[in-house]
Design a protein around this ligand. Structure first.
Ligand SMILES: Cc1cc2nc3c(=O)[nH]c(=O)nc-3n(C[C@H](O)[C@H](O)[C@H](O)COP(=O)(O)OP(=O)(O)OC[C@H]3O[C@@H](n4cnc5c(N)ncnc54)[C@H](O)[C@@H]3O)c2cc1C
Length: 416
């Protein structure tokens, strides 16, 4: 097959015809529309609505909705390839698109790989039809607010936001922090703990419920002026006796907890954005050192050996990131082996820390003028810093998991 006319952010892989078509669509959209707008969302710290109109028109909001429900039926691997491509042109768009896409992927292809009783499967089939329909027919946008500023989003405690069963639905109370797409989403896919009266809250009782933005008792608050990923508009959410109907349950009771155990790759979906950012920093560096950045004086800096060495170092790191990333997306599945899980952690860590490292090297070698605000490098540098902070797989928690899971088999303890 003839190679694509561009090298995708994910690298050269053995793409299917569908992947080639979708990657080309994402690449063209990013290059022709998103790249030029990225500075605007960053400067004003506002949500990239215009990009979402384009994503909707291109069918990319329904990318992972199954074809049987009117979507494009992309699988996990294909989504990860496209997310990296979008991230290359606008990090905030790719990261928020991830939250939206996950709400269709978790209820779609991931849910298909989680054990459910026949009754749960039937309940889920009916509910997801409603939810997919909103995206396919109305172009609805979903957010994924999990974080609460506690150990819950790290997977170490039950969520403090609660849902109590009432007649015909659920009553939700609590708060979330860092909710990307706040004010832009039509629905907020909230993780909360079922309030069973006087029992102790248990992470096994985590519910995944969609809260319509128009719900009474739902509010958004807080300042928004962060270092990077400023277009994500990740503000605070509050839920005060918010009633949602049973139909808003995005997964049957108990299934989210099982899913998180079964499908670790569900948390890897934050990384392609940052692989895209790393590619952008590398691409910019090559262009800059060759004196080929549009609108800039054609000053070449490529003749200095130190700059050649840095570009080589950047490329080595980028190739290592891409290799690990592409292997991890190809082998992502329910119940991975121990080696596959370790590779997944290693891939996530390498991308999240590597993206910032590549941006750091890019600024150092391109030099002072390259970090002026009219060029994208300083934004890429700031955006790249955010990936390693994202729960549940922050860079610190990945090290924690890898070390422990390498040295202890499940259930093993030390003699005291
Ligand atoms: C650009 C950006 C966009 C984001 N978008 C979203 C979004 O859409 N939805 C969403 O839910 N979140 C989102 N987040 C939030 C993110 O996932 C984290 O929840 C957030 O960055 C955590 O901030 P913190 O200061 O509370 O972190 P931390 O203090 O690092 O962690 C939070 C808590 O987790 C626990 N914890 C941390 N490390 C450990 C450990 N080693 N062992 C045990 N417990 C530990 C601690 O109790 C700690 O208080 C976003 C973050 C960023 C940067």
């Amino acid at each position: 097959m003839t190679p694509l006319p561009f090298t995708p952010a994910v690298g050269d892989m053995d793409f299917t015809p569908k992947q080639r078509r979708l990657l080309t669509l994402a690449h063209d959209l990013g290059r022709d529309k998103f790249a030029a707008r990225a500075a605007q969302w960053d400067q004003t710290a506002t949500f990239p609505f215009a990009n979402y109109d384009d994503l909707r028109e291109a069918g990319l909001l329904k990318l992972c909705v199954p074809e049987s429900h009117g979507g494009l039926g992309a699988d996990y691997t294909t989504y990860m390839m496209l997310a990296a491509e979008i991230g290359r042109f606008c990090g905030a768009t790719a990261l928020t698109w991830n939250m939206h896409i996950c709400s269709t992927m978790w209820t779609g292809v991931l849910a298909d790989g989680i054990d459910m009783t026949a009754e749960q499967r039937a309940e889920h089939a009916v509910r997801r039809e409603l939810h997919f329909g909103r995206i396919v027919n109305d172009g609805a946008i979903y957010a994924q607010p999990f974080s609460e500023g506690t150990a819950a989003a790290a997977g170490r405690a039950p969520f403090g936001t609660t849902a109590r069963k009432v007649d015909g639905g659920w009553l939700i109370n609590g708060r979330k922090i860092w909710a990307s797409l706040s004010g832009a989403a039509d629905y907020y896919g909230v993780l909360c703990t079922e309030d069973k009266g006087n029992q102790h809250p248990d992470a096994r009782d985590t519910l995944y419920i969609s809260v319509p933005a128009t719900s009474e008792g739902f509010s958004i608050s807080g300042e928004w002026d962060p270092l990077g990923m400023r277009g994500t508009v990740s503000r605070n959410l509050a839920f005060k006796d918010v009633f949602v109907s049973d139909a808003e349950q995005l997964m049957p009771r108990g299934i989210y907890f099982k899913g998180a155990q079964t499908w670790p790759a569900m948390f890897f979906t934050l990384s392609p954005t940052y692989l895209g950012v790393a590619n952008a920093a590398y691409d910019f560096t090559v262009q800059y050192l060759r004196g080929e950045v549009p609108g800039e004086p054609p000053i070449k800096r490529r003749q200095f050996p130190t700059k050649q060495i840095t570009v080589a170092q950047m490329r080595i790191q980028l190739e290592a990131m891409k290799s690990l990333f592409s292997r991890a997306i190809l082998e992502a599945k329910p119940n991975p082996s121990k080696d596959e899980k370790m590779r997944l952690y290693a891939a996530h860590y390498s991308v999240m820390e590597g993206a910032n490292d590549i941006c750091r090297l890019a600024i150092r070698t391109c030099g002072g003028q390259s970090m002026l605000k009219h060029l994208p490098l300083e934004r890429l540098y700031r955006d790249s810093r955010c990936g390693a902070l994202m729960l549940p797989w922050t860079a610190e928690l990945i090290l924690d998991r890898m070390g422990r899971e390498t040295l202890y088999e499940p259930g093993e303890k030390d003699e005291s």
